[in-house]
Design a protein around this ligand. Sequence first.
Ligand SMILES: Cc1ncc(COP(=O)(O)O)c(C=O)c1O
Length: 475
Amino acid sequence: MAGLSRGAPDKITIKVRGDGTPLGDTQSEVEHQEAKAREEEEARAALGRSSNEELFERARRVLPGGVNSPVRAMRQVGLDPVFIESAEGAEVIDRDGRRYLDWVGSWGPMILGHTDPEVLAAIEKAAARGTSFGAATEAEVELGEEVASRMPSVEMIRMTSSGTEAAMTAARLARAATGREVLVKFAGAYHGHSDGLLAEAGSGVATHGIPSGPGIPAAQAAGTVVVPWNDRQALAEALDRHEVAAVFAEPVAANMGVVPPEDGYLEHLRAATSAAGALLVFDEVITGFRVARGGAQELYGVAPDLTVMGKIIGGGLPAAAVGGPRELMEKLAPSGDVYQAGTLSGNPLAVAAGLTTLRRLDDDAYARLAALTDRLVRGLEDLAGEHGLSVGSAPGLATLFFSARPVRDFEDAKATDRERHAAFYRAMLERGIWLPPSQFEAWFVSLAHDEIQIDRTLMAAAEALAATDPGRAIG
Ligand SMILES: Cc1ncc(COP(=O)(O)O)c(C=O)c1O
């Protein structure tokens, strides 16, 4: 890959706004970090090799595109993937020793930050007792109890290893419960990569501009109806025309960038699905245990029939779940006849990490996460105002959209200026800020972030925007 240069070639005077906190601390912290980065760069230069480039060459021989999940490739921002060696708190450290301030957080699970000592200790303790038994454990019961105490609509859960599987299970349950087949989803939403739910998906599908058809049986594609997010009329027509088993929604859309529901939209979804005899499935893989203690269903006060969970529930290890009322959940085998299973479902290490993470997420933690998000979002909004951009956000989540018009659905998200986003991304990476390499993803705020890091990010963003704004390029 093109060597990433460090330092700030386009330095300008930054006026970080927001709550008016003086910038003295931030400025000296930035200078300290830059000096450290220069030293590290010199040490790397002395070694005379770029191990990231070498590794990518090797990776491409054995992994398609050099990666194990498309969103990790940085093609869409004109770069090759950066290989990560380790992480700590709110930072990731690459193969060449560069440190980046991390706003990806492994795409959501790392809400406590990386290498949290309590989570690591819980994983070690669990591992010492055995890494997998393929049998029931007490900790799974505790995790079920913890989730049920948080999510108003959930009495029981069934664990899986990934959000994709949990969403598949929700679809099967909804079809079994209603005796209907059609699923409705929203354009730009992502519910994992299963056949029936990939149509017009956001996330990596949108990022890479990949058609959702190849490899998907026509019958599966025909069983899914896609409607625009935040559109009441289109949803009403879909529910009218088809015998719908379930409407799948990310209650805050976060895979086309962050696009919250308009006022009353979730209530409308609830009423319209109930009237049509369809189930409402909230995919809270991103929003769950992030936007509030009980997820978006608590934040907005709207109860779905089924909830898909992932990411935070595994505390950084592979775990996910589908949850709902006893009446629906007991349709799953062995209580009922809807089959679903998994060798590593409820894996003891993942359950230990998830349970430890959830128990740390109390009211104080959510107040702190909301305050941090607010500081970041207010700063981004000021910059957006100066540069003709817009911001979408929810507690713990934000996206800077390269479009002056607020984004309310996938069409708006697709109308953003992707080239400008890519230039901004590269300028941020050069300044040591690790963002999702796509316009269609969220920045994830964690409890390991602090005010100085947020101000550092805003200062870098001010520089990066000034350097890449086509109307106002400097330097
Ligand atoms: C809302 C949502 N649902 C489902 C998934 C799929 O989860 P997984 O990647 O664990 O299969 C994701 C992944 O990003 C997601 O964001």
